[in-house]
Write a protein that binds this ligand. Sequence first.
Ligand code: PLP
Length: 364
Amino acid sequence: MTPLPFQSRREPHPHPRTDSEREAVLADPGFGTHFTDHMFLTEWTPDAGWHDARVVPYGPLSMDPATAVLHYAQEIFEGLKAYSHADGSVWLFRPEENAARMRRSAWRLALPELPEEWFLGSIRDLVEADRAWVPHGGETSLYLRPFMFASEVFLGVRPSQHVTYSVIASPAGSYFPGGVKPVSIWLSTDYARAGAGGTGAAKCGGNYAASLRPQQVAIDNGCAQVAFLDDVEHRWIEELGGMNLYFVQSDGSIVTPELSGSILEGVTRDSILQIARDLGHEVEERRVSIEEWREGAADGTITEVFACGTAAVVTPVGALKWDGGQAVAGDGGAGKVTMEIRSSLVDLQYGRADDPHGWLTRVA
Ligand SMILES: *Cc1c(COP(=O)(O)O)cnc(C)c1O
């Protein structure tokens, strides 16, 4: 069915937070615990397609206990940020990429595809309604979380015939308020995040559910994140639970694991392929083995390792640890190339540098 042109109605919050309540939150927003006054909602059915797009007061969704998503996890999500520039305007970074990835994720999970116009419109309308919630200064942003789930009340196993798409927004403080600090990573040898033919390339909640046990093992071993290997040879580096990986080599070139079908294609990963080239680095996408990481860190061929994703942007990896050993690239601190790439990306997102690739979209 041809989708309808996007149009949403707004039902303003009858009791939005006062200016002082909002400012108290924005003074120290943290991550993912505070939400704005409104949310976006729309529903899909096979007969009506996507319909009833609306910005409504933020609040609980009431669900029948037999709602399909609660049983079979037919759910996908996205994550992107709205950035406040020095002149007060508000911008998104490559939102078309999130829209396209959400369509790919939807296809894999047998959910209906949301047209790009609807994805961008949903975000624009929510940001407009809650513009006062976009934080200013430092590396603060309004984190946007679009998500789609099976909302049919039915316990049979088949693609849902009623689907809900929503966007919520959460003010986010600087990820590294005290300056960028390297994280330690635990190498998971017992668990895979995703397998060949599975859902690793789709941004679905189920992948995260599968990463939580290994994540707990990482925490028990004093690490912040887990690195996963491929599930066939248990040898090739895939990614972290929610971030992609990059390696800086002693000749100045940069390597990231090539998309394997089970790696999530990050917008940050893709942007860094370009930014690193713009900065004059050779960039390769190829398989990287766990031996290459261990030996390269030991003999100095790998000088820096970093992780990347929307939430933390670029995070230096200090040590890779496993039962009985560890590998530390360079001096284990935040490397020079890592920080150069990080500031190029952040400066572009916050409008402090040119945007040669047309990656920014103004929303308010
Ligand atoms: C979202 C996500 C990333 C990072 O993607 P970005 O678009 O850069 O935020 C990487 N890996 C996984 C598993 C993810 O879910």
